[in-house]
Every structure is written in C-alpha cells, then in structure tokens.
Design a protein around this ligand. Structure first.
Ligand code: ZZB
Length: 260
C-alpha cells in the first residue's frame, strides 16, 4: 500500500507536550490515498487513546509526529538520520495531548485547522494521523458532525467550539448522483448517525470512493473541471514538489496461518 504523507506543520506556540521541540520544523504526518482532496481539509484526526511519538526524519532536523510503527517503516525508506534506525525525540504520549493543536494544512481553504479526536482512527495503519475531508469521506463527515451536534462529546475531550463550529465541508469534487458533498449525501442515503456505525460507513465509503475516482470532476484549483483520475497524479506530484508531502509505503500485512 503506498500512501502520500501530507505534512501538517505545527504552528507556534506548540502544545505543552511538544514544547521541548519549539523552534524546530514539526509536522503531523497524515497518511492519505486521496491527495486530490486536500483542498477540502477542515481538521486533523488522531486516536485519543493511541500512542504517538516525535521522530527526527532527516539530517536537517525535521520532526514527524506519528506512531512508532510508522516511524520504523519510514526509517527503512530513508526518512531517518540513520537508515533503518528510528530517532525518537519525544514520547510516547497519548493522542489526546495533541487535541487543539493548530496546524497548516497544505492546499486547504482553511487556515489554521485543528487536531480533533476520532474513535475510528487506527494506530495499526498508516501513521495514526489522518487528515479530514468531510466533503468526500463519510468517516470524516460523520465524526465532524458528532463533534458539532454533541456538545457532551466536545466536552469529554476538551474540544473548544472554535476548533469545530466554523469548519464546513467544502465542495471540491462533483460526483454524479451524489453531488458536490458526496460524503454527506452518502451518510443520508445510508442513514448514518454516528461515527461508530462501522458497517454502514464502510458501505458508504466504498461506494463514493469508486464513484469519486471513476466519475468525479474536480471543482477547485488549477485542475478544476478535470476528471479526478486525470488530476490526482498531478496534484500528488505538486504536493511532493512543494515539499508538502512525502511517499510512504507499508509492507503487506503478514498473515501467519497454522494448520493442525
Ligand atoms: C483523505 C481522504 C479524503 C481519505 C477522502 C478518504 C476519502 P483505506 O483504503 O482504508 O486504507 N486513513 C488513513 N490512515 C488511517 C488510520 N490509521 N485510521 C483510520 N483511517 C485512516 O483508506 C485510506 C483512507 O483512510 C485515507 O485516505 C485516510 O482518509 C484514512 F475523500 O485521506 B483519506 C471515501 C474515502 N474518501
């Protein structure tokens, strides 16, 4: 699986857990398969109970926040000062300590965007950091709605209104039959009312993922009016060229089967 890691720059002043790194270039490294949707980023998701660290990734001293597992994989992809060895500067710490961190999301119409909790973020996949595009991802749409509609949920995680309420899904891709806010349309179609409706969310995700890729038309940016299929590799390359992203592959999951 090859992901694009979007570099979400942490803005000063750093949250207390990252204070020792103040003055350095620190990024939340968000793994995505949909670089063409970055115009619609509204926030960043972390697993509140997940374990994260801060890892130096090059000789220049740049720092990525991610899971240790992702840091190990990256160290074998030349993203560490010494090949194959992780360089942990801080941690482990819990994802919840990052909630409310302000970051710059490349290409997004919003600046800054904030780190928020989502229960379905897995620390066993990607980097454990996910960038949120509620226009085109049903998971992101539903989790953002949960925070907007359920004040108790915001309270539970210490989420301030200002990190959530001003952020609306941005129409960035037109999908036939689903319109320009396809994730919202899919959540209505499948009657999804919570980020924990896992089976329904997977159905919705699969459907609009395919429709968006094959039939979607981009509405914004230099590739507006082009097909997603055409624009995707161009936007991906632009992000890499601008140093706003790096590539990250994950080994195939090892399945050990035993007989007898
Ligand atoms: C932005 C985006 C915009 C995404 C979209 C999807 C969609 P897959 O196929 O299951 O690997 N993701 C990445 N890492 C994690 C994680 N650790 N836990 C939970 N979710 C994660 O899915 C890859 C997608 O799942 C990634 O692409 C990321 O969200 C999320 F419009 O990034 B995506 C219909 C989907 N639309």
């Amino acid at each position: 699986q090859e992901y694009v890691l979007i570099k979400l720059a942490v803005l000063e002043p750093f949250p207390s857990v990252l204070e020792p790194l103040s003055g350095r270039r620190v990024f939340l490294a968000a793994a995505t398969l949909r670089p063409e949707t970055m115009y619609g980023q509204t926030n960043c998701w972390i697993a509140p109970e997940g374990s994260y660290g801060a890892y130096q990734v090059n000789a220049a001293g740049d720092v990525f926040i991610m899971t240790e597992r992702a840091a190990r994989n990256l160290a074998y992809q030349a993203w560490s000062p010494t090949f194959g060895q992780i360089c942990c500067l801080l941690g482990p710490f819990l994802g919840r300590e990052l909630i409310g961190t302000a970051v710059r999301a490349p290409l997004s119409v919003y600046h800054p965007v904030y780190v928020l909790p989502m229960t379905s973020v897995s620390t066993g996949k990607g980097t454990g950091i996910v960038t949120s595009v509620p226009s085109d991802s049903p998971d992101d749409y539903r989790a953002l709605q949960d925070l907007k509609e359920k004040p108790a949920f915001r309270q539970k995680f210490g989420v301030a209104d200002a990190w959530v309420l001003p952020f609306e899904a941005v129409p960035i891709i037109e999908v036939p039959e689903f319109g320009s806010l396809s994730a919202q349309a899919a959540c209505i179609k499948y009657k999804i009312h919570s980020q924990n409706d896992r089976e329904l969310l997977d159905k919705a995700k699969e459907e609009i993922y395919l429709r968006g890729f094959y039939d979607g038309i981009l509405l914004v940016g230099p590739h507006a009016s082009q097909r997603v299929q055409t624009a995707k590799p161009l936007i991906r390359q632009a992000l890499l060229d601008q140093d706003d992203a790096v590539l990250y592959s994950e080994p195939e999951r090892l399945v050990i089967s035993r007989s007898g």
